[in-house]
Design a protein around this ligand. Structure first.
Ligand SMILES: Nc1ncnc2c1ncn2[C@@H]1O[C@H](COP(=O)(O)OP(=O)(O)OP(=O)(O)O)[C@@H](O)[C@H]1O
Ligand SMILES: [Mg+2]
Length: 387
């Protein structure tokens, strides 16, 4: 289905999902409730999405034959993450629609290309310099970008593939730590808050926005999201205008997320774009009339977009592998808090790995935060709070 094609893909059609992580799991759940069958492609036979998908192809999503097999069984494809190689997907998209479209994906999955696009669109962003060879390294060392952070152009998530750089003299070592992979150096931004804005865009260009989300990270990993973000309406409006411009420039269909730094003077700078449902948007499962996962299915299939209306103020905490240090945690105290929902991904625990999340009404935030703190091993408990 092209961006202008109005023919919807109606249930009982089959939606394919490339990648079977928690985003795939929740998208497959939303698609299933709407009456679609789902097929997930993931190399792990026990991946999270198998628990909601109708069928599973156990193969690497970088394998062109496996992708072709998936496409042959599906009416359209969704992506679980933005690191799926855009080239093979472009070939698939010639006969089976892929959301996000590979052309948009190719620009966004490369941090430098993404930033060039933002420059072309005059969208404010943190200052940066490419680091891809020795000449660029020398030029970046002369730039006014310190203290900064060096980020790999491709493949990073949850702060992986990033090295903090205090001063110009530390840059060569930081680049060596990234195995001299193509990278982007950014200035470290002094921000008041981090927010994300999630847009949904239909085939006809119709756009709806979720309420703004306030995100707090710890060690580069999202720890807590609160909705609505406590920011001025004018800031939200200005940010939405930027997001709308970016999505329109890409002729984007589906859920599109932009992470921003809000500076103390009210200026918004783009941190990065995620061409997909977003971790901060997990809170929409409970807080909004339609979740971001259902919106992704609706937009891609050409169904009417749902309402993003906020039903109640809410907060979401990620559950990281550290909580599993002494075995499976006992979540009973969390479950005793009214209006609290627990989502467990059933992945094998590793420190820092996202293992689940929990959402509650903002009114129960303190109680939930205390219950979570009680689950942490004692030394981590002393470190407490969010960055
Ligand atoms: N230039 C910067 N200035 C200040 N803080 C930063 C900067 N870059 C990153 N951070 C902090 O680190 C977090 C993770 O960075 P970023 O969003 O680039 O990582 P990522 O690995 O792409 O993460 P994900 O895809 O999981 O959002 C940011 O949300 C922010 O808290
Ligand atoms: Mg990020």
């Amino acid at each position: 289905m092209s961006a202008r094609d109005a023919n919807p893909v109606l249930p009982p059609a089959t939606v394919g999902i490339v990648g079977g992580g928690q985003l795939g799991w929740l998208m497959a759940g939303a698609a299933g409730r709407l009456g679609y069958d789902t097929v997930v492609l993931d190399p792990d036979p026990g991946c999270t999405a198998t628990r909601t998908a109708t069928a599973h192809i156990v193969a690497d999503f970088r394998d062109p034959d496996a992708l072709a097999d998936l496409a042959s069984r599906c009416d359209l494809l969704l992506l679980d993450n933005e690191h799926i190689p855009g080239g093979p997907l472009a070939e698939i998209a010639a006969h089976t629609p892929v959301y996000p479209a590979p052309a948009a994906l190719l620009r966004i999955q490369d941090r430098l290309e993404q930033r060039r696009m933002l420059s072309e669109l005059d969208v404010p962003q943190s200052p940066y310099h490419a680091v891809g060879d020795d000449d660029e390294l020398a030029a970046a060392m002369r730039a006014d970008l310190f203290p900064g952070v060096l980020k790999s152009r491709r493949g990073g998530y949850d702060g992986r593939g990033q090295v903090r750089v205090a001063a110009a003299g530390d840059l060569p070592e930081a680049w060596a730590a990234l195995d001299r992979r193509p990278a982007v150096l950014e200035r470290w931004i002094d921000f008041e808050r981090e927010i994300s804005l999630i847009l949904v865009r239909g085939h006809d260009g119709e756009v709806v926005f979720f309420p703004p989300l306030w995100n707090r990270h710890r060690d580069g990993v999202l720890a807590r999201t609160e909705v609505p973000a406590p920011i001025a309406d004018e800031v939200t409006a200005a940010g939405r205008e930027l997001v709308r411009t970016m999505a329109a420039a890409l002729d984007y269909v589906g859920v599109f997320t932009v992470e921003f730094f809000l500076r103390p003077d009210g200026e918004l700078l783009v941190n990065e774009i995620a061409p997909r449902v977003h971790n901060s948007g997990h809170v929409t499962l409970d807080a909004c009339a339609t979740s971001q996962f259902e919106q992704q299915v609706r937009a891609a299939c050409g169904l009417p977009l749902g309402s993003c209306e906020l039903r109640h103020d809410a907060v979401m905490y990620n559950l990281l592998g550290d909580l599993w240090e002494a075995g499976e945690p006992d979540f009973t105290p969390l479950l005793a808090i009214p209006d609290t929902r627990l989502y467990l991904y059933r992945k094998s625990p590793r420190p820092g790995r996202k293992m689940g999340h929990v959402v509650t009404r903002l009114a129960h935030d303190e109680r939930l935060a205390r219950a979570l703190d009680d689950l942490r091993p004692p030394p981590a408990r002393a470190a407490g709070g969010c960055a």
